[in-house]
Ligand binder design. Structure first.
Ligand code: ATP
Ligand code: MG
Length: 136
């Protein structure tokens, strides 16, 4: 069954959105396969977002991700990668459709609450990076 990597970013954790966000995925019918609260090191955040290392916002993005604990999760279900991305909404919350997570909970692209893998292949890589111990 298809899996994806979802991360509630530090702003989402700090603002107390963890329960609401998990609930959205559960109610949709997806299955939680892995979950941990973790504060990552700079080098780890850089690795997670390595494809964006040339972007002007990369340094700020890394600072944001290491600024506090994140909730790292693996979710499973039919078409979870694409459906998860739709549930999350556009990268910039200003462009996100009403009813998506980023539209409902965010206004800043640099504080957009949640991450979701953008393809099945990146999901596989991200799950291996964040859950090297494997899933139970
Ligand atoms: P994510 O990978 O976190 O799920 P995404 O796939 O929607 O987000 P990416 O292009 O992968 O978007 O960008 C990764 C993250 O970098 C964004 O979620 C956002 O936090 C940050 N980011 C993207 N563009 C900008 C920007 N123009 N200014 C500031 N931060 C940005
Ligand atoms: Mg992305």
């Amino acid at each position: 069954m298809e899996q994806t990597f979802i991360m509630i970013k530090p702003d989402g954790v700090q603002r107390g959105l963890v329960g609401d966000l998990i609930s959205r995925f559960e109610k949709r019918g997806f299955f939680l396969k892995g979950l941990k609260l973790i504060t990552v090191e700079r080098s780890f955040a850089e690795k997670h977002y390595e494809d964006l290392s040339a972007k002007p916002f990369f340094a700020g993005l890394v600072e944001y991700i290491i600024s506090g604990p994140v909730v790292a999760m693996v979710w499973e279900g039919k078409n979870i990668v694409a459906t998860g991305r739709k549930m999350i909404g556009a990268t910039n919350p200003s462009n996100a459709e009403p009813g998506t997570i980023r539209a409902d909970f965010a206004i800043e692209v640099g504080r957009n609450v949640i991450h979701g893998s953008d393809a099945v292949e990146s999901a596989r890589k991200e799950i291996a990076l964040w859950f090297p111990e494997g899933l139970s």
